[in-house]
Design a protein around this ligand. Structure first.
Ligand SMILES: [Fe+2]
Length: 241
């Protein structure tokens, strides 16, 4: 009977999100979308959902995505955007998602990184262990004039008993990007504990889909979210009023 008074869940399209900060839609360059037509289908669906801006953030990772560097991605981005059909009117830009591994700091020194207009660089760690050089990498980014943004911190479940890790990164100037699918609880209890800590503490600045396939984005579009959770996203300016 109490279910009668429970508030209706909120569908994804009601969230009014207009920018995707993180996705793998540049085809054939990483473990994301492989085919041009699939990328176009996802971009169309994003437009239908009200998106206006999309940052493409392919993986740059000397371990798992060897040979993919900034000049290669810039070339692929030019080809991709030139071939897009006219009905795609999104503002699409190229950044990257950098794995903080043993080679990352050398990369900061050797070439301009792919970043947003305000020099924000999206960085990630493994889903299994924290990068031993994370502090040093953030420091080096800062010294080089970049602004680090930590991708999907709620997915680093091994940090659930070490939440001060995020406090330290924030104190060092990091921003944080929430993966939308994490809101569904699909990554488990530890992920939700981290998410709640970061959301209520005002750590998150951006949301992203981290889309790797059409199916992945369709799962996000199909999400039904608890109204209280949506109110908290709104309170922290992660979605529009
Ligand atoms: Fe990603």
């Amino acid at each position: 009977m109490f279910g009668l008074f429970r508030k209706k869940p909120v569908s994804f399209s009601e969230l009014n999100i207009n920018a995707d900060y993180h996705c793998h839609l540049l085809p054939g360059v990483d473990d994301g979308v492989q085919l041009f037509d699939e990328s176009v289908s996802i971009l169309r669906l994003m437009q239908q959902q009200g998106y206006k801006t999309v940052h493409l953030t392919p993986h740059i990772d000397s371990d798992s995505n060897r040979g993919v560097d900034e000049p290669f991605l810039k070339g692929k981005f030019r080809e991709f955007t030139a071939a897009l059909p006219d009905d795609i009117t999104l503002d699409i830009s190229l950044a990257a998602e950098y794995m903080v591994n043993q080679d990352f700091e050398d990369r900061i020194d050797s070439a301009p990184l792919l970043c947003t207009e305000n020099k924000e660089v999206l960085i990630e760690m493994s889903y299994y262990y924290a990068s031993p050089n994370m502090d040093q990498a953030v420091f080096t980014l800062n010294m080089a004039g970049y602004n680090p943004v930590v991708a999907h911190p709620e997915r680093y479940r091994y940090l659930v008993n070490n939440l001060s890790f995020f406090d330290k990164l924030r104190d060092m100037g990091c921003k944080f990007q929430l993966n939308l699918l994490s809101l569904s609880g699909v990554y488990g209890k530890s992920s939700m504990i981290i998410l709640n800590y970061l959301l209520d503490g005002g750590y998150y600045d951006y949301v992203g889909t981290d889309t790797h396939t059409l199916n992945h984005f369709e799962r996000i579009v199909g999400m039904q979210l608890d109204r209280k959770l949506v109110d908290r996203l709104r309170a922290h300016n992660l979605i529009k009023q």
